[in-house]
Ligand binder design. Structure first.
Ligand SMILES: [Zn+2]
Length: 236
């Protein structure tokens, strides 16, 4: 069990032109990590993986556990073994990100970020399920349901990646949320921590596993500039 690497299936870039077909099963993905984030086949919601269980936050606001046979076009996982923990209080998302990136010198490393505790406020969004012919990521996420909670107990899980890797993944922070009662989840748009524990795990290794059996992936002509602007629009 390698705790020194992130395993990522697919790239964020492949979602940009609309390659949403699931190309790895949840069962296979969980062999490479017990914690992480992603999306399901058809860009169907937001995936949160905690303690070896994968959950889907759906566009109708429901949270359900994902079966091992379900497939994902994109996901990042790791085996949890944080090197550093700290108490965090009274912090909003942008301040949290600035402080954590500075204090732990994240700029040029891959790191998993987990925050467990009480949140004064949480705002998420959930990508809506797409059917073929698939729209681009920017069009597919132009309107998407948002969910809010106040005084919520829950967990943030996600990653920091060096900006150099924008396109392969999201450069900077990419964070998802799951409430302890499984009533609120999704891709984080904003939050305010009341009192929580931060756990940080840095990785020297980033393993990218590509869907080389997928014809659409093989045929796609990716454009770096389009990918960069689409990620900035759709994933932050
Ligand atoms: Zn996300």
């Amino acid at each position: 069990m390698a705790t020194n690497q992130i395993f990522q299936h697919g790239t964020l870039g492949l979602l940009v032109p609309g390659l949403y077909d699931g190309t790895i099963t949840a069962g296979d993905l969980l062999k490479h990590g017990d914690t992480g984030i992603g999306t399901l086949d058809g860009l169907n919601g937001e995936v949160i993986i905690l303690e070896g269980h994968a959950y889907q936050a759906r566009e109708d606001g429901q949270i359900r556990e994902i079966a091992p046979t379900e497939t994902l076009p994109f996901a990042s996982v790791h085996f949890e073994a944080p090197q550093q923990t700290a108490e965090v209080h009274q912090l909003k998302m942008t301040d949290f990100q600035t402080q954590v990136a500075d204090e732990y010198q994240l700029a040029n490393v891959f790191a998993a970020v987990r925050v467990d505790g009480m949140f004064k406020q949480v705002k998420t969004r959930v990508a809506p399920h797409q059917t073929k012919p698939y729209k681009t990521l920017v069009d597919a996420t132009a309107t998407q349901p948002e969910f809010e909670g106040t005084n919520v107990k829950g967990t943030i899980i996600g990653y920091f990646a060096p900006h150099l890797f924008q396109g392969a993944t999201v450069g900077g922070f990419h964070l998802h949320f799951l409430s302890a009662d499984h009533q609120l989840g999704g891709h984080l748009l904003g939050f305010e921590i009341d009192q929580a524990k931060l756990s940080l795990q840095k990785f020297a290794d980033f393993q990218v596993h590509l869907p080389i059996e997928n014809g659409d992936y093989l045929a796609e002509k990716f454009d770096n500039d389009t990918i960069d602007s689409a990620i900035n629009k759709a994933e932050r």
